[in-house]
Design a binder for this molecule. Sequence first.
Ligand SMILES: Nc1ncnc2c1ncn2[C@@H]1O[C@H](COP(=O)(O)OP(=O)(O)OP(=O)(O)O)[C@@H](O)[C@H]1O
Ligand SMILES: [Mg+2]
Length: 298
Amino acid sequence: MIVTENLTKRYGAMTAVDDVSFVARAGAVTGFLGPNGAGKSTAMRMMTALTPPTSGRALVLGREYRDIPNPGRHVGVMLDASAQHVGRTGGEVLRLVAMQLGLGKDAVPAALARVGLSAKEADRRVRNYSLGMRQRLGLAGALLGDPQVLILDEPANGLDPQGIHWMRTLLRDFADRGGTVLLSSHLLHEVEIVADELVMIGNGRIVAQGSKAELLGSRGSIARSLDAPALAGALVAAGFEARPDRDAVHTAASTDEVGRAALASGVVLTELRAAGSDGLEEMFLQLTADHAREGDAR
Ligand SMILES: Nc1ncnc2c1ncn2[C@@H]1O[C@H](COP(=O)(O)OP(=O)(O)OP(=O)(O)O)[C@@H](O)[C@H]1O
Ligand SMILES: [Mg+2]
């Protein structure tokens, strides 16, 4: 389990991570989602004692990371797959980690097999690895000590569709065996498929969190009608948030409630569906747009 409590990081006047509190529970994959510059990597660096928080704290398996003895045996971390020493072979990189962790001889071949790197590939220098191979190597390093927790920053970067599918299966399996997985991404659809829980951040702050089912299911409805302003008006009068957008109405009301409002006000519906992931996607796009605007202003 990973718990962050009011985790905050300031760089001068800039707040990179702002009062972030969430729990990534054991047995689940938690997607840590946010646009570029949202603060995901900074938060993960604080969880793994690479950056001290300005305030708040992060507990991994009930302790701060730096207080965990031989942390690599408990927490697998992959923050930057391109940070590996390019002059070493993949096998050397892993053997060094295995030595530090005090692991037996079988650990490296087992980890290589788990991530689908062949013995021949392990003998090549990291310099000559593709981005996808580096990701696999990074993941092998994270898995080497047979940890209970995985903290992975954008692990799907550079993987082809088959690689992404493979990684999802691996993470799913890891969580199903009781492990804790926290993985970040700036792509909603990438984590939507594998994650059980989602934590969404923008500008350092949590903007949404909850189970995937909750977040994808509870975002109201989208209705199309011959008179969208009238339908929106009827919904607002009934106490729901609603706004017309051309012939569509986006509303916090459920499909049942929209149907009733339409009937009561005599408005013809031409389409009615739960917003589902559209709601989350819209929120995410909004976040990304807000952030891009801020970036432009700088
Ligand atoms: N050492 C630092 N000094 C100053 N500002 C920093 C530092 N590290 C990160 N930041 C700033 O903190 C903010 C969050 O950065 P972070 O790398 O955590 O975002 P991210 O969510 O991982 O983004 P990405 O999707 O691009 O990886 C950014 O505005 C970044 O410029
Ligand atoms: Mg990052």
